[in-house]
Design a protein. Structure first.
Length: 315
């Protein structure tokens, strides 16, 4: 159905679902402006006391359609003006809401979290296996990794790339794999409904990939790079472009390599890590150390404690 109708349907569906529980709550957290508006309606009806909007992403041009993009902006603007607290998934999004939306409510940065694999392989052996986990969209840059496979194979003939996920760019990627004749090196797993199983699969690989396309409208430039945290939780160093706010952390902690968006830079980074077992193990240990700080239990407990202090201080 048209997006505008979908917006209204989702908003009402959330409200109706809460009303059916016949329970009142002190706190409603809406993951984006649309859900925040559901919370605001529920607050009017007396079903909640406080409404938090969780700004989980941002981009200057969210939709190709200008009318829908304007509606997206208005929904964010009006929601943040009426909510009691704003959570943002990154510091960059916090800055956007202060600058572009003139947010008046308190703002709390709540970074993304992940679940840990049940068991992390640490045999010290190199499997020559790359992995990409996430939605298959052009902005995620997986096409760069595929394009670099022929160059990498000259140095590492048994290189493998495992792709976990699906999305609108799958067909284009599959055609590129066929065109480059690297079908023996690229494996498309598809979407895995069991996320714990997907996390466990990561542990069987050597390097996690996040080669985001460096574009000002790329949603990954503002949001928190969850896939990178999931790689870290599985003990994988990353190869990524200098686009997310995690890039300085990755570089400073030697938990991955920051590349330019071209096949030579990508291939050199992969070959560097897979050609030196000691270096790869050091990067893996550093990645795992960072990943331990991003469990959902720790993040949510901290966020909820801070939220309660802020809300009751201003109430």
């Amino acid at each position: 159905m048209p997006e505008t109708i979908q917006f209204v349907k989702d908003l009402l569906q959330t409200v109706i679902s809460v009303l059916r529980t016949k329970r009142r709550a002190q706190l409603f957290v809406g993951a984006d402006a649309l859900n925040a508006w559901s919370g605001l309606l529920l607050r009017k009806l007396g079903f909640t006391r406080f409404v938090i909007m969780f700004a989980i992403d941002y981009t200057p041009r969210r939709f190709p359609n200008k009318a829908v993009n304007l509606l997206y902006y208005i929904l964010n603007l009006t929601a943040v003006r009426q909510c009691d607290l704003l959570w943002t998934v990154s510091r960059r999004i916090k800055e956007v809401y202060l600058r572009n939306y003139c947010a008046r409510c308190p703002i709390l940065v709540v970074l993304g979290g992940t679940i840990k694999p049940e068991k992390i392989s640490d045999t010290g052996t190199i499997k020559n296996r790359l992995v990409f986990l996430g939605n298959l969209e052009q902005s995620k840059g997986l096409q760069l990794a595929v394009a670099a496979i022929p160059q990498i194979k000259k140095q590492i003939p048994d290189i493998k790339l495992t792709v976990i996920g699906h999305g609108p760019y799958y067909s284009a990627l599959a055609r590129l794999v066929e065109h480059l004749e690297v079908e023996d090196s690229v494996e498309f797993i598809g979407h895995m409904h069991d996320h714990q199983a997907a996390m466990q699969m990561l542990t069987q690989c050597d390097i996690g990939l996040a080669p985001y396309v460096p574009d000002a409208t790329n949603i990954s430039m503002y949001g928190f790079p969850l896939k990178i945290i999931e790689y870290f939780a599985a003990g994988l160093p990353v190869v990524t472009t200098n686009i997310s706010e995690m890039a300085p952390v990755i570089s400073n902690m030697n938990a991955g390599i920051i590349i330019d968006y071209n096949t030579e830079s990508f291939a050199n980074a992969v070959i560097q890590l897979l050609s030196d077992a000691a270096l790869l193990q050091t990067y893996k240990k550093n990645a795992l150390r960072i990943g331990q700080d991003y469990s959902w239990d720790n993040i949510f407990d901290q966020a909820l404690a801070q939220t309660i202090r802020i809300l009751y201080k201003h109430s």
